[in-house]
Design a protein around this ligand. Sequence first.
Ligand code: CO8
Length: 255
Amino acid sequence: MDVKLERLPGQVACIRIDRPEARNALNAAVRERLAEIFIEIAQDETVHCAVLAGTDKVFAAGADIKAMATAEPVDMMLRAGERTWAPLKDFPKPLIAAVNGYALGGGCELAMHADIIIAGEGARFGQPEIKVGIIPGAGGTQRLVRAVGKFKAMKILLTGEPIAAREAEAMGLVSEVVPDGEVLDRALALARQIAAMPQLAARKIKELVLQGSDLPLEAALLLERNTFQLMFGTADQKEGMAAFLEKRAPSFTGR
Ligand code: CO8
């Protein structure tokens, strides 16, 4: 199996792509399995936060070029790739990408489906689609510009040249850079920390950041205000504030 799902202590799920012979290229089987896994863990109340990783050598080298080389537009329409991306796009819980090695093309787009990106010092990010005569097809022209701004995004998209992890961090594409050997451990530690937070608050923060950034500011602020008020109906708000005032550790239930 090219994609492995593990449920770890601390209410964390770890998903690993393991197709090293093709540098974790995202063929249909890998994308179908990723979609199935994200549907499964979205519904699993024991999973509070997920980590998505490749191997310690490569995150993912993009869509499978061998499977696309002779395709016609109709083939691509019938493949309806967006179907397999939807469960990742709509995953309601915090998702952390742990990136070692190359995250190129669809691999970079995959990382950009995450909410936090932890990269190894040797990681490389890029959208090289232009070099094989196409353009990004899973959000690369849209999520990248929202992450790093027009002028950095244009350079990456128009040259197809990869950038190093530190450069990606400086421009806002990466949350944190750590030594290569520590990427997965750091991502999992962060996942456990987030998994221990009040889950409804975590999900609402994700929803607001993602939905709000595409709304006019007034509409986004209204959405935030309404959601903020709604949080006062949760047991975790009562518990969190009581624990603070009583100077004790909170015990959250996720309700
Ligand atoms: N697709 C298919 N096979 C691949 C891919 C790929 N993207 N990347 C690597 N491989 C295969 C190679 O063909 C080779 O196979 P074989 O041993 O049979 O010849 C094997 O993996 C090893 O590759 P290399 O010898 O090139 O390995 P290196 O370690 O020297 O280089 C690189 C690694 C830098 C990652 C290099 O392989 C590379 O540049 N790969 C292509 C990167 C690329 O162009 N990606 C963009 C693809 S297009 C895309 O992603 C469009 C997204 C559209 C929407 C998303 C849908 C999922």
